[in-house]
Design a protein around this ligand. Structure first.
Ligand SMILES: [Zn+2]
Length: 257
């Protein structure tokens, strides 16, 4: 089986788990591709992360860090000089816990949605609260970018509305802490709209024995999701891997020939 971790902060692992080791663990259990989202723009150590097998990078500013980025007035690609080309914009979005006001968060979110459209890239959206507002912002775009709602924390009903607008919903180990809600989500959403992520180093699944969450945890998370969805884990693997490729592309190895 092969797995695709669509959201993993390899640049934020504790020192005791080097990214190169986390990637080795991941490859050993079939996690073939990993996307590292940006939080303050480009991921830290972007070039060395990008050199790791199966690792690709996004560029984005999380709503907790918008005050640390002065790029929002620019018309230039903000990743110039960072040593990589992003496969997505994100993570960006709205968060009711952010130290920045909604008034400050909103323009940064809209700017990044436009950036995604301009570069024909998918956008990885982080939402905590403000689901309806984010839905309205996204669907009011003249051209709606391909959106991934990462580690979805809203209701199954709201998820369904995003999916109807063309978005995908990414599930993480965090969902295993609320099995009843996970079952409702799975009942509401088509498998074609689902993705998987670890959101490592946070969001560890219950009982994960590692020093922190890491991409190698993905198959165990998937096994629980498959059981709750009532399908074979092999089937889930193929469907979700293909969903991820449809959104994020064939990957750097294939592109390089
Ligand atoms: Zn994240």
């Amino acid at each position: 089986m092969r797995w695709f971790d669509t959201h993993c902060h390899l640049d934020r692992l504790p020192e005791s788990l080097q990214p190169v080791v986390a990637v080795q663990h991941a490859l050993a259990v079939g996690v073939k591709r990993i996307i590292v989202p940006g939080v303050t723009g480009a991921p830290s150590h972007a070039e060395s992360l990008y050199a790791l097998s199966g690792v690709e990078l996004a560029w984005g500013v999380h709503p907790d860090y918008i005050g640390e980025c002065d790029c929002f007035d620019s018309n230039l690609e903000p990743w110039v000089g960072a040593g990589y080309t992003p496969v997505a914009i994100g993570e960006c979005g709205l968060d009711r816990r952010s130290r920045f006001s909604l008034k400050e968060q909103k323009p940064a979110f809209v700017w990044q949605l436009n950036l995604a459209v301009r570069h024909r890239l998918p956008v990885i959206i982080h939402l905590v609260g403000h689901y309806q507002l984010a839905y309205e912002i996204l669907t009011a775009m003249p051209e709606v970018p391909t959106a991934v709602l990462h580690s979805w924390s809203g209701s199954p009903e709201m998820a369904k509305r995003f999916v109807a607008a063309g978005a995908s919903i990414s599930l993480s180990g965090g969902h295993l802490h609320r099995p009843e809600k996970l079952v409702r989500l799975l009942a509401e959403l088509p498998l074609s709209a689902l993705l998987l992520e670890t959101d490592a180093p946070d969001m560890a699944a219950p009982g994960w024995p590692g020093i922190c969450n890491e991409p190698a945890a993905l198959p165990e998370i998937a096994a629980v999701i498959a059981e709750k969805a009532g399908i074979a884990v092999e089937k889930l693997s193929e469907i979700l891997y293909n969903n991820s490729v449809r959104i994020f592309g064939q990957g750097k190895q294939q592109q390089n020939g």
